[in-house]
Design a protein around this ligand. Sequence first.
Ligand code: PGA
Length: 252
Amino acid sequence: MKKLIVANWKCNPLKSQEALKIFKGTIAVASKSKKAETVICPPYVFLKEIIAAAKGTEIKIGAQNCFWEETGAYTGMVSAAMLKNMGCKYAIIGHSEARRFVKETNEEISRKIAAAAKSGLIPILCIGENRGERKENKTYEVLAQQLNEGLLKLSKIDISKIIIAYEPIWAIGTGDYADPIEIKKAKEFILGLLKKMSGAENTGKIRVIYGGSVNAENSELYFSKAEMDGLLVGGASLNPKEFSKIINSASY
Ligand code: PGA
C-alpha cells in the first residue's frame, strides 16, 4: 500500500494566490511518486480553487474539519456532506488545535467522524498525549480514551477504513524530536486496540500515520525506523521544496 503524506496547511496562507503557488510547487513530485499518495488540506476558503487545480493530478484534497449535521441552522459550520460533494476525499478530525482552541470534545469528534464516514469522506482522526500526560506515563491511557470515545459511533467496517494520525502534542510545531521506536510502539498499541474494536479480519487496511515537527531531515526515519504508514505534515508542508523532499522520502 502507498504511504499517505498529508499536508495540513492549518490557518495558512493569507491569500488564494499564495495557496495556488504552494499547491503548484507540490504537483510535480506528488504526481510522480510511486510510493506516496499526497493529500493537501487547505483552509475551507481555498478548497474550491485547490480542488480545481488538482484535477488531472494524483493529488487528493482533504478538509481540516467538518460538522456532523448535513444542513440546517448551524451558523458557521461546514458539513461533511458539503465537503464530499465539492470534491474532498479526506477530513482531518480531532486535531489537537481544534481540541484546544475551540474546545472540541471526544463526543463531538465521534459525531464528526461518523458524519464523515457516512458521507463518504475518509476521516483522519488525530490523537496524542500532551507533555504533562507523557511525563506521568499516561500516553497509552490517553490514546485509548481518544480512540474508544472518538470511534464510538462507527461500525466495525467503518473503523477498518479510518486513518489514525498519532500526533504527540508536545512534538507539534515545537521542533521536539519524537523517538521513532516510541512512535512504533504507539502504532502497535493503536493497531492492537483497533483490532479489538473492529475485529481482526477488518484491520488490514487501517493506516496509522505520524505527525509532529516532521521535516525533510527527519521524515525518512518515520518510515525506516518507526514503520509508519504515512505522515501528517504541518509547517513544512507550506514550503513546496521541503514538502517535495518529504514525499520523496517515503519508502515501503
Ligand atoms: P507540525 O504540525 O508539522 O507543524 O508540527 C503537524 C500537525 O499539527 O498536524
